[in-house]
Structure formats: structure tokens, C-alpha cells
Write a protein that binds this ligand. Sequence first.
Ligand code: SAH
Length: 262
Amino acid sequence: MSNQNQVRAKKHLGQHFLRDENIAKKIADTLTLQGYKDVLEIGPGMGILTKYLLKKDIKTHVIEIDTESVEYLKNNYLNLSDRIYEKDFLKYDLTEVFKEQPFAIIGNFPYNISSQIVFKTLEMRHQIPEFSGMFQKEVAQRICSKEGSKIYGILSVLTQAFYDAEYLFTVPPSVFNPPPKVDSGVLLLKRKESFTLPCDEALFFKVVKTGFQQRRKTLRNSLKTLNLSDNLKANTIFGQRPEQLSVSQFIELTSLIENDQN
Ligand code: SAH
């Protein structure tokens, strides 16, 4: 199409360009297209995934921090040009684009900011019914892991409180340029549509984060800073370690703490 040179991969932007068309298509096909008319791709790079999104019955938007990639996209995807945002996903106020409308998120993400991408998604979850992304394999597995597992942690509990998380498939380093050092994994998050958190949200986040700061200790110890009553701490749930609690038990725990503080 265009004879413009390829984008040169920059390490500080976490650029590992996918070069396998089948995998790009497979990632684009993970979207169910249910419950939204717009999709936002984070970090499109040279658009290998974008190309397959544009074939779908959905309006594709992309947000890309790298000027060189943005130039490339503008030259090669002419009908996308007014939906290319040269911004930092983590900082940009997405309601400027989507107002109150729902949109899905997709991307082969820069691994150094993948946790922050998930946290921002959780904050905006009321507008994000679906999220499909490629992460470092270990991070994707962590997000989808259940209680009792060694990798179960803050991201697992907070994500699964609001989304059903499914690990889809593993992608080897060889299909990227330059190849990353580790395997990658694609996961799909689908929002739990009939769910509202029955406890205070800020307190829930605080309990989960504080609990996991010392994952080897019982919750009685790790939640000391929350100044809980002795009466409350006598409850057997506090004798457990954070990694033993399911998502719904974390919600119960938060409700107990909330009532104790009132
Ligand atoms: N999706 C492309 C590129 C993957 S590399 C592919 O699969 O080939 C990750 C991309 O994320 C790069 O293009 C990088 O410039 C972009 N990126 C890095 N940090 C970003 C941020 N904060 N906001 C938006 N894009 C970012």
C-alpha cells in the first residue's frame, strides 16, 4: 500500500510488534460484539490488529502514544484517521471520545503498563462491557487465577469482582519483532451484567490491597492498620491468609468491616 518505512521498535514504549497475521485475526475475533458499538484499541503500533477490527461491524478507535506509529497509521489506514488519538491511554480522559457510551477495549499492550491498564478499566467499568488483551503470560494468568493459587492476588480479586475472566491462549515470543523475553497470553474479560458491589467500593479496594501487601500473614495481622474492633477480629475469617479468600469472601469481609466501622 504505502511505501513508508516500518516503525522502528522503541524499547521505552514497550514496542514488540506482532508479525503473525493469524494471531492478530484470532485476537480480533475474541470480541463478542455484544453490548457496544465502539471498540478502542490501545497501542495499535503499525495496525496489525487494527486491520482485522476494521473488517468488523463495529466502529474502531485507536489510542497510540508514539508519534511515528501514528504517522504510519494515518498514511496506511486512511478511513481511520479521525479516530486515531495520539495520547497516553493512562492519562487521557476517554469520555471526551465516548461521552457516556459503552465501548470495548482490545490490544496487544505494552507490558510495562499492563496492570495500570487493567486498573483504569476497572475505574471505567460502567462503560466497558468487554476487554480483550494480550499480556505477559504470567500477568494474564494472574488476572484469571482463583483463590488458593500462588499467583492469586490484587489484580485477580479486583478484576474478577466485576468481570468474568477467561485465559484464552498462549503466544510465543517468536511471533513478535523484536521478540520479548517471555511468553504472552490473551485473556477476555466480560463484565458481570447483573452485579453491583454490595459494599463500599473504596473500602473494598483498600481491604484487598492492604490484605495482599503481606500475603503470608493472616488478615488479622495484615489488616491491623484499619483499626478493627477486637470483637470483629475474633471472626474466623481473620484467621485466613488473603490468598485463601475467594472474591465473594473478600466482599463479605469488606461488609463486615464496613458495619464494624459504622
Ligand atoms: N499492537 C501492536 C503494537 C504492540 S507494541 C502490535 O501488536 O504490533 C505496544 C504499543 O503500545 C506500541 O505501539 C506503543 O507505542 C504503544 N504504547 C505504549 N505506551 C502507551 C500508552 N501509554 N498509551 C497508548 N499507547 C501506548
